[in-house]
Design a protein. Sequence first.
Length: 210
Amino acid sequence: MDEFAHLSRRARPPCREPRGFSLVEVLVVLAIMMVLAAMVISASTVATDTAGLTGCRANLRQVGLAVLAYAKDHGGALPVTTTLDGPQQALTTALAEGRYLGEPRTYYCPAERNPLRQFSDDNFAQGKIGYFYFSCEKTPDNRFLSTFLRWEVAWPRRLVTGMPAATWVMSDCWFSGEPTSHRAYKKGVNYLRIDGSVGTVEESPRETFR
């Protein structure tokens, strides 16, 4: 019996100490985790931007209804403000006086990150809305605006409903060297046309502007 026990002990393989991960293996795992995290963040960013894009388009349609209702009662003429980047109290006042205004939040892109262009009671009271409005009297003097808007567009620009349907009435704000509200696109903006429809530019607003 002792002899068999001795043989059994001899047949057992030697015990090995558990081996830890090597540095290379740890680095590979970390790299995989970073790739997966980047994919999750990217998908989340796209989903958020898509929601912001959709909400922004809905807001512009609502503003379009307001300005076109105003125009219908004023011989086809849309309200006129001082300059496209505001403050645009002349616009909000004209619409409020005729009860065309609607919900103040619709005058702000939900994807906008700049507090000066986001909805607040104070911003709205000062006419600081979240969009450019293109029916205005003066050439803008904001040096951060595209030179295209300052020098190549004919100002004053007073909009009336008889103009070509593709004429821009309002759009997301865009500035030289600064991303627009919809960062999943390269200089992408939503814009309201004078026929009440809304379009989206994914690349360069300058090329599509009418």
